[in-house]
Design a protein around this ligand. Sequence first.
Ligand code: SAJ
Length: 432
Amino acid sequence: MKICVIGQGYIGLPTALLFAKNGCEVLGVDVNEEVVNKLNNGTIHIAEEGLLEILQMAISNGSYRASTVVEEADVFIITVPTPANILDLSCDLSYVEDASKSILPVLNEGNIVIVESTIAPMSSDEFIAPIFEEVGFTIGEDLYFAHCPERVLPGQIIEELIHNDRIVGGLTDVCADKAIDVYRIFVKGEIFKTEAKTAEMSKCMENTFRDVNIALANELIKICNKIDVNGLEVIKLANKHPRVNLHSPGPGVGGHCLAIDPYFIYSLAPDTAKIIKHSRDTNNLMPDFVFNAVNKIISKEFKGNENFSKIEGDKKNIKITILGLSYKGNTDDIRESPALKIYKLLENEGYNLVSYDPHVKAIDGFKKIDSFDEAIFKANLILILTDHNEFKDLNFIDIAKYMETPIIFDTKNILDDDFTKHLNNDLVKDRN
Ligand code: SAJ
């Protein structure tokens, strides 16, 4: 079976490679020539466990190659980005539509077209299927169309692509059956058959569920902060209830999924989707909350210090070290990362700001230091914004000795209890 996967990003590339590994002839298509060249040379542009090895094997045995142009195939899988429209927050289908149009010249009777990109409910019926129908195909008879949303967690994509259950939403029943046969090639999880519009809504709602629950945890932390209750302890204890699962608070919600997909539902029913919108707003405001908390910590810490007025007037004397710029731990992905927003807020406030992130490459406009020792040396405050494993393993008791004032503000709750006990009131653990 020949499969053409359009879009060689976080989802498209691993998907293409798993098909290649399981006996298919695969063409990975991407508009970015640099990405295509890299892939054909056996190197990858994204960091994902286990991916490079599969790519190199697939390139060497000829089961995978990349190109900027589509070719005839049995199956076309579309895995391109779907951002939110700036004006009304609806789902921007332009990349999916462009990809769909790009395959029209090579599409043959009997082909299967699958959209994996997250799309708003009704997108397949109202916008994508008509692209194929307008050139004469009858979906369900001579062309088969399905929406099969991906649901993998960055950092463990290969494992989850194989083992997660999947939803396959066909435009017709036959379409769903044809798409299920395709995924059976490497999916070991259960595959559930449904309509395209139901699959679309399910996918959007999965990420919305998580966003709403994180907003609830963030709201709880803010309330606890006001009344001086330990919110993290509340979550730990409440979760001892067999049917309660409060999520973790943090500096905000980033990434290309949770921070975007809820808007696709909201924009379809803005008068009704109140909880969804309120949750998005709550999570979007977390960087401001962290920023205000840092200002409070700094003021409190330096009150009584003879240099305080000098410091107040000139925040560039205060060195803040941000640990982690990516949107979550163990990834290089900075899309919608709350850490970037917090960095800019603190920078505008005039602090002497540096950042350290072993996963993220240099970013224009951000002072990122490659040496951890240099990053934390003489810092007044370390602000933990991402829970990379490397940070969890650090000995913050030792690190504190190299700081100017040993203040650690941990928004990801990675410091262990021993650390907090050891330093009593000298250090600050999760003051938000
Ligand atoms: N976060 C919190 N508190 C939590 C959990 C997460 O603040 O309790 C934050 C993270 O730090 C991050 C953001 O939320 O900034 C999103 O992280 P995530 O790990 O929840 O999700 P993603 O965006 O990496 O991946 C999600 C997953 N969806 C669900 O878990 C429902 C994944 O399964 C989807 O495949 C992916 O979106 C996608 O592509 O849609």
